[in-house]
Design a protein around this ligand. Structure first.
Ligand SMILES: [Zn+2]
Length: 267
C-alpha cells in the first residue's frame, strides 16, 4: 500500500478523486458511493439491492457506527464492496486540532481492524461536510497533510443525489440523478442511512443501465488516474491480510448521541 500511495504522491502532492476543479474522464461509467452507515435499518436493504443487480459500491462508514454494527461491516466486505473512512464521529476535520484529526481517522481504522480481526488498510476517505473542498477551503493545507500522514485518498463526488433531503420522495431521487448525471458518468453521492434511498436504488441502477452507463468502483478510477492500484479493503476471500489489528483508542471528544443528528452537516 505504501508503495502505491507513494507512487501516486509522486504525481500529485495530494492524490484524490473527484475533488472540485478536477477534470476527469469517467468513460461513461458510474461509481456509487454510500455515506454515513452502517445503519441496521437501511444498510442491509441497500446491500440486497446491490447484490440483486450485481453492482459493487463504496461505503464510507462512520467508525462509531461500525463499532455498533460489526456484522454489517463484515457483510459489506464479504459481498465485494469497498470500505472507506468517513471519520469516527462524522466530524468536520477542518474544525479539529491535528491530534483529534488523527484520532478520528485512526480510531475508524482500528474499529474496522477489530471487526475484521486483522489489519486491512483503508485507503479511501470521504470528508464529512465535503470540508475543506466545499466549505473551509482555508483548511485545505492542514487537511492534505493529515491525508498524507494517514496515506488516504480523499474521494469527493461529482453527482449529488441530495437523497437525505428527499424524505419519502424516492422518485425525486431517481429524477434528480437522471437530470444531474452527465453523459460521461461520474461519482454519485448517496446515503445508506436513508429509507428513500433504499426505495430509489433499483430504479437508479436501472436508469443508469438503460442510459448505457457501466458501473465501476472508486478504486478502479483512482487506479487509472494514478497508474497504481490503491490497495484497500474490498472483498477478496483469497487475499492474505496482515495479521495485526490496530488497537482502538477511542477518542472522548464526542459522544455517540451526536450520531443521531450527525451534528454538523449531512454530507
Ligand atoms: Zn457524511
Amino acid at each position: 500500500m505504501d508503495e502505491t500511495w507513494a507512487a501516486a504522491v509522486a504525481q500529485d502532492v495530494s492524490p484524490s478523486l473527484a475533488v472540485p476543479g478536477e477534470t476527469i474522464e469517467f468513460g461513461h461509467r458510474i461509481a456509487l458511493t454510500f455515506d454515513d452507515g452502517p445503519d441496521p435499518a437501511t444498510t442491509p436493504a441497500i446491500l440486497d439491492v446491490l447484490r440483486d443487480y450485481h453492482v459493487k459500491g463504496t461505503f464510507f462508514v462512520i467508525g462509531a457506527r461500525a463499532e455498533q454494527h460489526p456484522e454489517l461491516i463484515d457483510r459489506i466486505v464479504s459481498e465485494g464492496h469497498t470500505l472507506g473512512n468517513h471519520t469516527y464521529y462524522h466530524r468536520d476535520l477542518t474544525k479539529l486540532t491535528p491530534e483529534l484529526v488523527s484520532r478520528e481517522l485512526q480510531d475508524t481504522q482500528a474499529v474496522i481492524d477489530e471487526v475484521l480481526g486483522e489489519h486491512s488498510q483503508i485507503t479511501l476517505f470521504r470528508p464529512p461536510c465535503g470540508a475543506p473542498y466545499i466549505t473551509q477551503m482555508e483548511g485545505l493545507p492542514v487537511f492534505q497533510e493529515a491525508m498524507r500522514e494517514q496515506r488516504l485518498y480523499p474521494v469527493m463526488w461529482t453527482i449529488d443525489s441530495r437523497d437525505w433531503a428527499l424524505e419519502n420522495q424516492p422518485e425525486s431521487i431517481v429524477d434528480n440523478l437522471a437530470q444531474s448525471t452527465p453523459e460521461g458518468g461520474g461519482v454519485v453521492l448517496l446515503h445508506d442511512t436513508q429509507p428513500q434511498t433504499v426505495e430509489a436504488l433499483p430504479k437508479v441502477i436501472e436508469r443508469y443501465s438503460a442510459a448505457g452507463l457501466k458501473f465501476t468502483g472508486v478504486r478502479d478510477l483512482l487506479a487509472e488516474k494514478y497508474g497504481v492500484d490503491p490497495n484497500g479493503i474490498e472483498a477478496d476471500p483469497d487475499a492474505t491480510r496482515p495479521s495485526t489489528p490496530l488497537q482502538p483508542e477511542v477518542s472522548d471528544n464526542n459522544h455517540l448521541s451526536d450520531l443521531n443528528s450527525l451534528a454538523e452537516c449531512l454530507s
